[in-house]
Design a protein around this ligand. Structure first.
Ligand code: MN
Ligand code: MN
Ligand code: ZN
Length: 295
């Protein structure tokens, strides 16, 4: 397996398990040939993680820097729901978000991906207001944070918000902590939400719509995931690059998009034990980036 020279080629990477410690995630990323890395800094389905140990955080920062992995990205826990109808859940969510932000600061991670949240039946307007307020409360509790929170485009399952670019724009407009907010564009979710990322014209229209709503410059991280389900299904099922309903044609749009050239593209696709599927996914993205945009 030939490993690309550090710094060569497109800015691609993967979400890696931090089992055994965050330094192990760096090792896994290096093995796969990543230039960028996403991790959970704590268990993704628990409210509370172990406190960050300063020595471990320093070791992670050094390992990532030595491996040339940048930017580093963290994905926040799935339990966080700033839009919840339940005030207890909202309060816990704000606390957990502050903890995630502090973990990022300690570990030298500039970007934290967050699912906007589910309104749980209370309706879109109430949900969008709560998300904006929750973001502001969390920002007030971590005033010195250098971490940017990235609202992730959603597939639109159930009452989840953020599947429509206008919803993301509304959250940004209603929040007072806008300088600390940006976006994560997940190809599987955008496709599942109904936007066309597959055809050349559709890709152009989708990006125009995102640009008009939020500004393309706000996209700081891309999750490069193919989709098991068809466009517009509103179901979130990731597939390996080129094995799903987006296919290589869709990822050619992504990898040749000038507006996203410097934006990290991170796999969150199914893995095999040996890491072969990640290496294949990254190789597929690299190959597509060398291709001229199809017409
Ligand atoms: Mn996500
Ligand atoms: Mn994602
Ligand atoms: Zn997803």
């Amino acid at each position: 397996m030939t490993r690309p020279a550090p710094g060569a080629g497109p800015l691609v990477g993967a979400h890696m398990s931090a089992a055994g410690g965050l330094v192990r995630a760096v090792e896994r990323a290096v093995d796969a040939g990543c230039r960028t890395l996403q991790v959970f800094t704590k268990s993704s389905n628990q409210w509370n993680g172990k406190p960050v140990v300063a020595g471990e955080a320093a070791a992670f920062r050094k390992a990532a820097a030595d491996a040339g992995l940048a930017p580093l990205v963290s994905h926040s826990a799935y339990l966080i729901n700033l839009a919840s109808p339940d005030p207890v859940v909202r309060t816990r969510s704000v606390g957990a978000l502050v903890d995630e932000v502090e973990r990022c600061n300690a570990n030298g991670i500039p970007y934290l991906v967050l699912h906007p949240g589910s309104h749980g039946g209370d309706g879109e307007e109430a949900g969008l207001d709560r998300i904006a307020r929750g973001l502001d409360e969390a920002a007030a509790k971590s005033p010195a944070s250098g971490t940017t929170v990235l609202l992730e485009t959603a597939a639109g399952q159930g009452a989840c918000l953020g599947h429509d670019f206008a919803q993301l724009a509304a959250i940004l407009a209603r929040s007072d902590s806008r300088p600390r907010l940006a976006l994560c564009f997940d190809t599987c979710h955008v496709h599942a939400a109904g936007y066309d990322v597959v055809t050349r014209d559709g890709w152009g229209r989708t990006l125009e719509e995102l640009d008009a709503a939020c500004g393309l410059g706000l996209v700081k991280v891309i999750h490069a995931n193919d989709s098991k389900k068809e466009r517009g299904c509103r179901v979130d099922r990731h597939e390996r690059i080129g094995h799903g309903t987006i296919g290589l044609k869709g990822f050619a749009n992504l990898m040749t998009e000038p507006a996203f050239e410097k934006v990290p593209k991170i796999l969150e696709t199914p893995k095999d034990e040996e890491g072969k599927w990640d290496r294949e996914g990254l190789a597929a993205l690299r190959k597509l980036s060398r291709r001229k945009a199809a017409t």
